[in-house]
Design a protein around this ligand. Sequence first.
Ligand code: 4NP
Length: 167
Amino acid sequence: MQEKWRVMIKVLFVCLGNICRSPLAEGLFRARVGEAGLDDKFVIDSAGTDSYHAGQPPDERMRALAAERGIKLDCTARNLRKDDLLEFDYVIAMDQSNRERITRVHERIDNATSRIFLMRAFDPVGNADAEVPDPYYGDNADFETVYEILDRSTQNLLSFVVKEHYL
Ligand code: 4NP
């Protein structure tokens, strides 16, 4: 790990395929961090607990919706790696199933230091156990709902991290 990387705050968003929810969470969080003038403090990435879509760009429907709102999604889908749980400070799961899978990997690593959270633990609307619903087999309204949830949750996540690190 490069020295510069070591001192940065590292945030990883995780969903199933890494083509819908976590790329949008990554894009929105990156935009918020940029607006706050904190780009040089963060490493932001996303991953999927499955690899079916590894190597692919974000889902076209999610990309179009984000672009309409000025958010560019330019990640390439990848599978969650064991090392992610050594490298990232905050690992943010979109739903309970993602969280369980991340936790199973985390438990296999002796010195894993990542803290795992549910994305909607940061959503001011709804309860802390709520999930970001999977929109993949849904319609436009389902994608809109995911956008609204992630818009609120990523803003609140940034406030939480800013407070924790006295930024
Ligand atoms: P994501 O959505 O986990 O938000 O990227 C999905 C993408 C693909 C599939 C399921 C969910 N799939 O079944 O292929």
